[in-house]
Design a protein around this ligand. Structure first.
Ligand code: TXA
Ligand code: MG
Length: 310
């Protein structure tokens, strides 16, 4: 508890002096900096090797200060009351006099915002005088980080500080919903779309695969382990690591299990670190068995599909 307190203070010190640092969230680790500071936001893009046209998510503690930055609406209020803090990101209209750096939004008139749930990060956000711009803490297009050692692997000594918050409980990124015109899901994520639909009781289209490039980051190769990956595999080829959804009594060292008993929530949590582990073991190819396309299984399949674009 005490060490957490001093770590939060340390994190604040770095952030107040316009550095970017890694922070834990319930979804994945973020590479965070003052969202109101042009120079800090530029550092985030540089460190992550992120194309400037791919906007960042801004993380808030609560509604305080939010209405100075963006225009909220009824759908937002309903979803916020039900799901925030939690694994959902809202795209809203940006206010003209908002303090958010233009580099965060790539000069667009919308902004993506989120209220993360991780206790340490919430304690940090509460004492800051600005919200945090934070993309996932990985080099652009690579696998996301779900524990401090992943963050280290991605950035090495280039990153000044990691606020250590253990392993992420959800393990895949937030679900992104566009609330600015026709409601649409821009990225499948940690919160099931069916739960969102139940609350807003309106048509919600899923646009994560459309040619309509609202979120540039969502369409190219992404979440890539850097080696070929194929999906829906019944039998692996020689030399391939084989990823299975549930534990089997097979004593083959190239078999890896996402969960003990077909648990999709646990599988989502294990997805990125397992693929990272396989890569680090030196495998040159990955095969994944068919993952049930229900609930968070849809998010797992979405990530695997993008990772397989290698
Ligand atoms: O769970 C998460 O959302 C994590 C944690 C750290 O909060 N963050 C995350 O950020 O996944 P990132 O940068 O890896 O992905 C953000 C996605 C990008 O694909 C970007 O294109 C989209 O959000 N995005 C950001 N601003 C947007 C906007 N104004 N309109 C549409 N899409 C936007
Ligand atoms: Mg990302």
């Amino acid at each position: 508890m005490k060490s957490n307190q001093s770590n939060i203070k340390k994190a604040k010190k770095y952030l107040d002096s316009n550095e970017c640092i890694a922070v834990p969230t319930e979804t994945v680790y973020g590479l965070a900096g003052n969202a109101y500071s042009d120079s800090t936001v530029k550092k985030i893009f540089k460190l992550k090797k992120r194309p400037a046209n791919n906007p960042l998510i801004v993380h808030y503690y609560n509604l305080k200060g939010l209405e100075e930055d963006c225009i909220i609406n009824e759908d937002f209020k309903k979803l916020y009351n039900k799901f925030s803090p939690g694994p959902i990101t809202y795209v809203l209209k940006l206010k003209k006099n908002s303090k958010i750096s233009k580099y965060v939004t790539n000069n667009k008139n919308t902004v993506a915002i989120r209220f993360p749930k991780h206790t340490l990060l919430r304690r940090l956000l509460k004492i800051l005088n600005y919200p945090l711009a934070a993309p996932s803490a990985n080099i652009s297009s690579k696998l996301s980080s779900v524990q401090p050692s992943d963050v280290k692997e991605e950035f090495g000594k280039k990153l000044k500080y990691i606020l250590r918050g253990g392993r992420c409980s959800i393990g895949v990124e937030s679900t992104i919903i566009n609330l600015t015109n026709n409601l649409s899901i821009l990225r499948l994520g940690g919160l099931n779309v069916s739960k969102i639909k139940k609350i807003i009781k309106k048509q919600v289209s899923i646009k994560n695969k459309s040619k309509n490039k609202i979120s540039p980051g969502l369409f190219s190769l992404h979440y890539s382990p850097g080696i070929p990956l194929r999906m829906n595999v019944k039998k692996p080829n020689k030399g391939e690591a084989f990823v299975l959804i549930k534990k089997r009594k097979i004593n083959s060292k190239n078999y890896f299990f996402l969960s003990k008993n077909n648990n999709l929530i646990k599988a989502a949590r294990n997805l990125y670190p397992l693929i990272r582990k396989i890569k680090n073991k030196g495998y040159k190819k990955i095969a994944v068995e068919k993952i049930p396309n229900i609930g968070i299984g849809q998010t797992i399949n979405d990530r695997l599909e993008r990772a397989s674009k290698y």
